[in-house]
Design a protein around this ligand. Structure first.
Ligand SMILES: Cc1cc2nc3c(=O)[nH]c(=O)nc-3n(C[C@H](O)[C@H](O)[C@H](O)COP(=O)(O)O)c2cc1C
Length: 173
């Protein structure tokens, strides 16, 4: 079992992708770019007419640490990421055994904004969702890009996050 970085940016090669790639290089974790998948909004009728069902099953079967990497759009996670969380509800309505596979897995969060800090409340939906789903919330690191790069002092913070939170709790094999 291993870790996966689930990236939810509105652009595949933007700032969040730069950070996700850096973390991937340091950890060997896989990256899943949600923008490459067709994932519709949650529907109470629980339709199976897009990529979500197959993607979710692959994630719960193959990984034990889920690292959500999201840009900050309007002080919170991206819309793409929020839709992914909404759709987890599918597996609370039908095929509940698949949803229960999240129990005991690790959740961590990487945010990427233009501000150098995050405002209070950003982490709450992740922490509470982890608790609700029976996952272990292992932490959050906030990032930003300057001149197209991750600033060196920020790299040190990311390295510490990887060392103390990610690789301490997950394997890449
Ligand atoms: C719709 C939108 C809303 C944004 N809102 C915020 C915000 O609330 N706080 C912040 O720090 N940056 C905000 N930003 C800036 C982005 O978080 C920042 O540019 C980030 O690096 C973009 O990552 P991306 O290239 O993966 O989209 C916003 C950008 C967009 C497009």
């Amino acid at each position: 079992m291993r870790g996966v970085i689930i990236m939810g940016s509105s652009r595949s090669n933007g700032n969040t992708a730069k950070v996700a790639t850096y973390v991937q290089e340091q950890t060997g974790f896989d990256v899943i770019d949600l923008k490459q998948f067709k994932i519709g909004h949650f529907d109470y009728a629980v339709q199976d007419n897009d990529d979500f069902r197959r993607l979710f099953k692959m994630i719960v079967d193959q990984y034990d640490s889920l690292i959500f990497a999201t840009p900050i759009y309007w002080y919170t996670m991206s819309g793409i990421m929020k839709v992914f969380f909404d759709r987890i509800s599918d597996f609370l309505f039908v095929e509940k055994d698949e949803g229960r596979k999240l129990r005991g897995k690790n959740m961590a969060v990487i945010s990427c904004g233009s501000d150098h800090e995050v405002f209070e409340g950003f982490e709450m939906p992740f922490k509470q969702s982890a608790t609700y789903l029976g996952m272990h919330y292992i932490g959050h690191v906030h990032t930003y890009i300057k001149n197209e790069q991750i600033p060196v002092d920020l790299q040190h913070s990311i390295d510490r996050f990887i060392r103390e939170k990610l690789t301490a709790n997950a394997t890449n094999s």
